[in-house]
Design a protein around this ligand. Structure first.
Ligand code: CUA
Length: 160
């Protein structure tokens, strides 16, 4: 074997270790977010006719409802905004969000949580979350949906 072959082997060994360390770091990060932010895996909650989001469904009257000790929110994600534009909840109570779009694909991401939902026309997205820390959380569209995408915001206020 010549000199350059040995040099290649050394680089290969170094990069193999770098890759293994990165895999470890990613696994630790996944475990960290799952433990600290809970599991907020969005679920499909059935289909909906796009034309019924604004008329003839629960979403035609977007709202936050208190049901016993919990909340249920029906949210319209549309070009370009959310309805309701603001929601207020008490901390420590479960909130179930149902989100639907009357037009194109939107996102439903809540800052400082791991809620990250895609809202596809024709389907209802569902995600549950319990806010433990009071404060104002921005709700952000993270799917490019047109010229007003960057202004597509809402918020949820968590009170003591
Ligand atoms: Cu809606 Cu981007």
């Amino acid at each position: 074997m010549n000199e350059s072959h040995h040099a290649f082997e050394r680089y290969e060994a170094i990069w193999l270790r770098v890759v293994l360390v990165m895999i470890l770091v990613f696994l630790v990060l996944i475990a960290y977010t799952a433990l600290n932010y809970g599991q907020t895996i969005p679920r499909g909650a059935g289909q909906i006719r796009v034309g019924e989001v604004r008329a003839g469904s629960e979403f035609a009257n977007p709202r936050l409802e208190q049901v016993g000790n919990e909340y249920v929110a029906y949210v319209q994600a549309f070009a370009f905004g959310y309805s309701p534009g603001e929601m207020r909840v008490k901390r420590g109570r479960k909130v179930t969000f149902y989100v639907a779009s009357p037009d194109v694909v939107h996102g439903f991401m809540i800052e400082r949580t791991n809620i990250n939902v895609e809202v596809v026309p024709g389907y209802v997205s569902k995600v549950e979350y319990t806010f433990d820390r009071p404060g104002t959380y921005k709700i952000i569209c993270h799917q490019y949906c047109g010229l007003g995408h960057a202004k597509m915001l809402s918020r949820i206020v968590v009170e003591e």
